[in-house]
Design a protein. Structure first.
Length: 464
């Protein structure tokens, strides 16, 4: 890294891009990593939902109230005090007259060992402040470096003056809404060009009908400089809200993760679907407003006699009713299933390279990254016939369709995909060409870098 300090730009004079979104999201990391080696000055402002892994070497503003320890100061800046900063302040406080006075008071009350012998500053502070021995009173951590994450973001933008402000997502707790509120409250319209990236289909498909959210969505879409989307249907939805088509960047549609490494995934599998293990991978076994798990469990039960013998891997399974209904399946089915919560992405890819079928029905979606990955890994996809997807693929040429709420449709597609060797092998070659055309990360990287160069070197006003 050229700049040794967080606030020292690695490439002085080059465009500055501030991303705003979930700092713990692998999609966020994947998109920003497109710019590696491109000589942009890149930082991420993480909304208050998490923090990035230590191995990710992008300068990040961390805003969660309890930041992790051992963050590298040249890569992370925290709104709230880190454990190391708390400890330093505690050690300083121990040298003050107030600490000595409290120590004497505790000694007089017979609690000297309970107070002075504590190894944790939180425990000592808790005792000093009359705590009850439960959750420590975190007196230092409660004093952030700015009044709020919103105020800190405004301060950062005013001081750093990014050329581009790229927000990730336009939904509750996502980058778009977070920044839009800050932008209005602190009058930041003159700073940088706002690129608003929509997340799949979830940002607009349902929310545009919500009487409270629709006006906010419309206002944000109209005020931003350019819009990114992984599908063309979002353009239709935006036009219905009065947003002109030319608000969308010329490189749309573009995968929200920045695409996939097609060559690497292709080289990782050795045989066509018909010669693989009889594995079905269901990578989104959770309940949400955008996809439902229970109809899929029922479809597996209905289809079992037509798909056995096989093994079914169910990942990202949500706790509660998904586990309860899974446990209600016949034992013969359960012993051939692996139900898991989140697993590393590499394991998902390894499974895709072994699987015959990838099962990804949904109610709302853009063009899911799991569809592109399945295609590159040579597995046969079963997806729902959503407007965002049907413009891309053809049934029985690329995929089989099954609506998420219809177990019989899912069951029928499972039986066909597990029995028709010609179908899955032909789709394998067709899909490889498709993913190379629309989701190859190498090609997308060039488009994205050119996009940022074009707007990053032009005048800083938002251009709205």
């Amino acid at each position: 890294m050229a700049g040794k300090e967080f606030d020292t730009d690695a490439y002085p004079g080059k465009p500055k891009i501030l991303f705003i979104g979930h700092s713990q999201s692998t999609h966020t990391h994947s998109w920003i990593d497109l710019l590696a080696g491109s000589e942009f000055n890149v930082r991420l402002f993480g909304v208050p939902t998490g923090f990035p892994p230590a191995a990710w070497k992008i300068r990040t503003y961390v805003t969660i109230a309890q930041p992790p320890g051992s963050m590298e100061p040249e890569l992370r800046k925290s709104l709230y005090l880190t454990p190391e900063e708390e400890l330093r302040r505690f050690k300083t406080w121990k040298r003050t007259p107030m600490y000595r006075l409290l120590a004497l008071a505790r000694k007089a009350l017979g609690s000297r060992s309970a107070f002075l012998g504590m190894s944790s500053p939180h425990e000592a502070l808790d005792s000093a402040l009359g705590g009850t021995g439960g959750e420590p009173v975190r007196i230092f951590r409660s004093k952030p470096k700015a009044p709020s994450p919103e105020a800190w973001l405004a301060q950062i933008i005013q001081e750093w003056q990014p050329d581009v402000i790229h927000t990730l997502g336009l939904d509750h707790e996502q980058g778009g809404f977070f920044y839009h509120g800050v932008r209005k409250r602190f009058g930041l319209e003159k700073y940088g060009k706002w690129v608003l990236q929509l997340r799949g289909g979830s940002d607009l498909t349902l929310n545009r009908h919500d009487p409270e959210m629709a006006p906010r969505i419309t206002e944000a879409l109209k005020e931003c400089f350019q819009i990114m989307s992984d599908n063309m249907q979002n353009i239709v939805y935006a036009e219905e809200l009065g947003v002109p088509r030319d608000k969308f960047a010329d490189i749309v549609p573009i995968p929200g993760s920045g695409g996939i490494d097609v060559e690497t995934l292709f080289s990782a599998w050795k045989s066509p679907p018909s010669l693989r293990e009889r594995i079905i991978l269901w990578p989104k076994a959770y309940e949400s407003p955008w996809s439902k798990a229970l109809p899929v469990l029922e479809a597996i039960r209905v289809a079992w006699e037509g798909i056995r013998p096989c093994y079914i891997y169910m990942t990202a399974a949500s706790q509660g009713e998904v586990y309860q209904w899974f446990n209600a399946l016949p034992s013969e089915i359960k012993k051939h299933c692996y139900l898991r919560n989140r697993i590393p992405h590499k394991q998902i890819i390894d499974l895709m390279c072994r699987a015959r079928v990838v099962l990804i029905p949904s109610l709302v979606d853009g063009i899911p990254n799991s569809l592109w990955e399945a295609m590159a890994c040579g597995a046969f996809p079963i997806v729902s016939p959503l407007d965002t997807i049907t413009v891309l693929v053809v049934e029985r040429k690329n995929v089989l369709f099954a609506r998420n709420l219809y177990p019989d449709e899912i069951a029928k597609s499972l039986v066909e995909a597990m029995s028709d060797d010609q179908l899955v092998n032909h789709a394998c070659s067709e899909n490889l060409m498709l993913v190379k055309e629309f989701a190859d990360r190498k090609r997308i990287r060039e488009k994205v870098i050119n996009f940022y160069r074009e707007i990053g070197y032009s005048p800083k006003s938002n251009g709205v």
